[in-house]
Design a protein around this ligand. Structure first.
Ligand code: GAP
Length: 439
């Protein structure tokens, strides 16, 4: 595993590409942007959805022991009091008296990184949850929080899910959705933002089996990133030291990625023990237990939690995929994304704008669309259009030319090898499906 930071301009190259090609835009840009929030553009929304679908496929679709959930984002203080977030979900904050910058005390030395002054206030705790009011009256009784993690929805619904699905431990509840944290220092593009998407799964197990399942999930989740294209030298496991464990955790291992500024967390796998179910049972007065009929005993399951960020994972996949090479003496930017994560899998490109090509090109597009997300592009020279597709990671381009009108065949071009082969329209879908199997 390498400890070298990759090419320093990589971060700028990928952020520029993301903006220029419609992956990620600064939010409210026409008003000067808004506090490190981002909007996902036409290509970004496709890729982010692919990342979430890839996670869902591996965590829910391909298993029979994990079910899904989509819980509310607005939530009552009772949840966050019981979970411990009201008391402990804080970051230590200091103010620089000289330049007025607000800083995270645990991320700086003795001086302000903005102006160099050492005139800093004492550190104080800053609550990271966003507070709002539900309903027309703004008083203590109407306080609501935007969830800072999706996890609590799985704990509060534990009995609902266990009863309706008749699942027995070991079983899991998975959820993908937005979470909100009033981060003191958001930054590094979408690495740390105040509004972001998580992909979390709570896996309920008999307490004695927790260590076994913890190891299992660390391995599974590491394997998922590798399967979708993160190379071995850019990913590593880092077990937490005792003093950095979250308030609920008996053990956590982070899956880290080598970002351009150094190693950073992609996902945390935690042994949350029975902390959350017991806390919610005590606070709500409801029994949150499993009754093991065979052994005729009740117990509170332990929970193993793989908790990933969808937006952060998308950034890592973009960074890992970005490459430059030379084709025919010309420099090329290419995103070598796994075909399942690429925004578009196929681009249909009529060789020229001439009207006679359009009906056949649209026929080809119509054949491909039920199977693949497709782009259709008629502007500029064919060479430039290939480069534009390479730059956004489209694995296959299909060109319709004047010969197509005679022989009913098209040219399929591969992003990585740039190899081109002639394929009959009738077998085009089968050809691309066979390439996905090999990719
Ligand atoms: N339920 C446990 C939990 O939320 P976490 O380590 O705080 O654990 C899990 O968050 C993942 O969510 C992180 O590994 C990261 O990928 C993502 N994440 C957390 N805070 C984020 C932020 N401010 N911006 C983007 N992603 C974030």
């Amino acid at each position: 595993m390498s400890d070298q930071a990759p090419n320093e301009s990589l971060f700028d190259d990928v952020v520029n590409l993301a903006k220029r090609r419609g992956f990620v835009f600064p939010s409210a840009e026409i008003y000067g942007g808004f506090r490190s929030t981002y909007d996902y553009g036409p290509l970004g929304v496709l890729m982010l959805r692919n990342v979430k679908n890839a996670w869902w496929r591996s965590m829910v679709q391909l298993r029979d022991d994990v079910v899904g959930l989509d819980a509310a984002i607005l939530s009552p203080p009772a949840i966050w009091a019981a979970s411990g977030h009201l008391e402990t979900f804080t970051d230590p904050m200091v103010d620089c008296r000289n330049c007025k910058e607000r800083l995270r005390a645990d991320q700086i030395g003795d001086t302000c990184p903005n102006c160099g002054s050492s005139d800093l206030t004492e550190a104080r705790d800053f609550q990271l949850m966003f507070k709002t009011h539900a309903g027309p009256i703004e008083n203590e009784g109407s306080v609501a929080y935007l969830r800072p993690e999706t996890a609590q929805g799985m704990f509060t619904n534990f009995m609902n899910v266990a009863t309706t699905t008749r699942k027995k431990p070991p079983f899991g509840i998975a959820q993908v959705g937005k979470s909100f944290r009033n981060e003191i220092t958001p930054g590094n593009f979408v690495f740390r933002t105040r509004e972001f998407e998580q992909m979390e799964m709570e896996y309920f197990v008999p307490p004695a089996e927790a260590p076994k399942w913890f190891d299992y999930w660390v391995e599974q989740r590491y394997g998922w990133y590798r399967e979708y294209g993160i190379p071995e030298e850019l990913i590593k496991l880092r077990p937490h030291d005792e003093d950095e464990l979250s308030h609920y955790s008996a053990g956590t291992t982070d899956i880290e990625f080598l970002f351009p500024w150094g190693w950073g967390e992609l996902e945390g796998v935690a042994n949350r023990t029975d902390y959350d179910l017991k806390a919610h049972a005590a606070a709500s007065g409801e029994r949150l237990e499993f009754f093991d009929q065979a052994a005729n005993e009740r117990y509170v399951p332990y929970v193993i939690e793989p908790a990933a960020g969808a937006t952060r994972a998308m950034m890592a996949f973009l960074l890992a995929a970005y490459d430059t090479d030379e084709i025919g003496g010309e420099k090329r930017d290419v995103l070598r994304l796994d075909w399942r994560l690429a925004p578009n899998q196929v681009a249909v490109l009529p060789l020229s704008k001439k009207e006679e090509l359009e009906p056949t090109a649209r026929e080809v597009l119509g054949l491909l669309q039920p199977h693949f997300q497709c782009d259709y592009d008629v502007t500029q020279s064919i060479g430039k259009r290939y480069r534009r597709q390479d730059e956004v990671g489209t694995p296959w381009c299909v060109t319709v030319d004047f010969d197509t009108l005679e022989d009913r065949a098209v040219t399929v071009r591969d992003r990585d090898t740039t190899e081109q082969v002639r394929v009959p329209i009738e077998s085009l879908v089968a050809e691309i499906i066979s390439r996905t199997a090999k990719a």
